[in-house]
Design a protein around this ligand. Structure first.
Ligand code: C5P
Length: 402
């Protein structure tokens, strides 16, 4: 059984003469056992008919935001969660530009913007367009954001000009996907527990103590380990984001709930990553009714310490388990992070410094340094949190096998 067996592939097709190659790409993917959901732009339909594509993929082709037949909404969010990979082939200069700048005026781009899975982009265009600085910049931007660019090839183009711009052949695109999924199953058979997001500690029914954590770093980690074959449980505090469908999601509100959910699952976890920004203190008493402003000038809140989830579970860590924490430090970062690693019985710690622009929990990007107990140090550049998750998984993969 090949690695594409049962994989959910979203194939995005935009308006280029190379759209005819999307038919054989669909056929090859289906033959390899993948389920293929096609999303085509209005211009794409000028080059290849949805009838051909739906016959090859055995699924209705999606093009409009609403189904013309019964008015049902085509949910780009659901497609984004369903997919194991998205391939945009052919990707025209216009589609690449819209992807780079979030111009969500068709179903393909809205699907791309909602995509939780890795995205492969196979450009196809005439040589002048392929060489234009705007196209090159847009592709560079997409690559920086973690999209995989499948370079176009040189050869005779539709204009009969000869140069770079031909979409890569379907056979090669399939083998790139196969390589990707082969490499990425290095956590198969492992159980991973991740905490993420903030916690909310109630003051009264409408107010709480919390923080600005979005949960995005921990969600990116959960998605990355799940994509690489692990069975992942994500214990997530209040967050507007959610992980892909492959991840078991346990939503909690308070630190105590987060600890209880972790305690239920830690016994079988090979790897635990504590990425949550847990509130250190909670109000000793939470008022059953909304606290009113009238009366006293001062309102005193008595706070009691919350459990330290990483330290509590770290104290009972088994030798076959690998635990990793996060440290967000404003100063003396390295030493403090190392102390935390020791104190909480962690095997490794991810340091993100509050001094780095673009790093930390309010940003979609992060700049991290990883440490382990053996003294290994790896420092990385500023990257998207998804790319940072990839680096962290690579770091752990080497150590779990050791
Ligand atoms: O808040 P602090 O810097 O001590 O956090 C370091 C690590 O400990 C992080 O991995 C965080 O998720 C974890 N932690 C926890 N429970 C707490 C506080 C922190 O699991 N109450």
């Amino acid at each position: 059984m090949g690695v594409l067996q049962g994989k959910h592939i979203v194939l995005g097709i935009s308006g280029s003469i190379a759209a005819y190659k999307a038919a054989s790409l669909t056929r090859l993917l289906v033959k390899a056992g993948a389920e293929v959901q096609i999303v085509i732009t209005p211009a794409g339909k000028e080059f290849i008919t949805p009838i051909t594509l739906s016959a090859l993929s055995s699924r209705p082709v999606i093009s409009e935001f609403f189904s013309g037949r019964d008015g049902t909404w085509n949910s780009h969010v659901d497609i984004g969660l369903w997919a194991d990979a998205m391939v945009i082939a052919p990707a025209t200069a216009a589609t690449i530009g819209k992807m780079a700048h979030g111009v969500a005026d068709n179903m393909l781009i809205t699907t791309y913007l909602s995509m939780k899975a890795p995205v492969f982009v196979a450009p196809a265009m005439d040589l002048d367009m392929a060489a234009h600085p705007s196209t090159l910049d847009n592709l560079e931007l997409l690559a920086q954001r973690g999209n995989y660019i499948i370079e176009s090839q040189s050869g005779e183009l539709a204009s009969h000009l000869v140069g770079k711009g031909r979409m890569e052949e379907p056979e090669v695109i399939v083998s790139i996907l196969e390589d990707y999924f082969t490499e990425s199953l290095d956590f198969e058979g492992r159980r991973v527990l991740i905490t993420a997001g903030p916690t909310h500690e109630a003051i009264d029914p409408v107010r709480f103590i919390g923080n600005h954590s979005s949960g995005r770093m921990g969600i990116a980690l959960a998605d990355e380990f799940a994509r690489r074959g692990a069975e992942v449980s994500l214990v997530l505090g209040p967050s507007s984001l959610k992980p892909s469908e492959r991840v078991e999601l346990i939503s909690v509100t308070t630190a105590e709930e987060m600890l209880a959910a972790c305690q239920e699952r830690i016994g079988t976890a090979h790897l635990a990553i504590f990425a949550a920004a847990v509130a250190d203190y909670r109000p000793r008493y939470s008022s059953a009714t909304k606290i009113k402003r009238e009366g006293e000038d001062c309102l005193e809140l008595e706070l009691v310490q919350n459990p330290d989830i990483a330290a509590t579970l770290g104290a009972a860590k088994e030798p076959w388990q690998y635990f990793m924490g996060f440290a967000l430090e404003s100063d003396a970062g390295v030493e403090e992070a190392k102390r935390k690693m020791q104190r909480k019985h962690l095997d490794a710690i991810v340091l993100n410094s509050l001094q780095d622009a673009g790093a930390g929990f309010a940003h979609p990007t992060n700049k991290v340094t990883l440490f382990d107990r053996e003294g290994a140090i790896e420092a990385y550049e500023l990257k998207t949190k998804e790319a940072v998750a990839h680096d962290i998984a690579d770091f752990v993969a080497k150590r779990l096998d050791a």
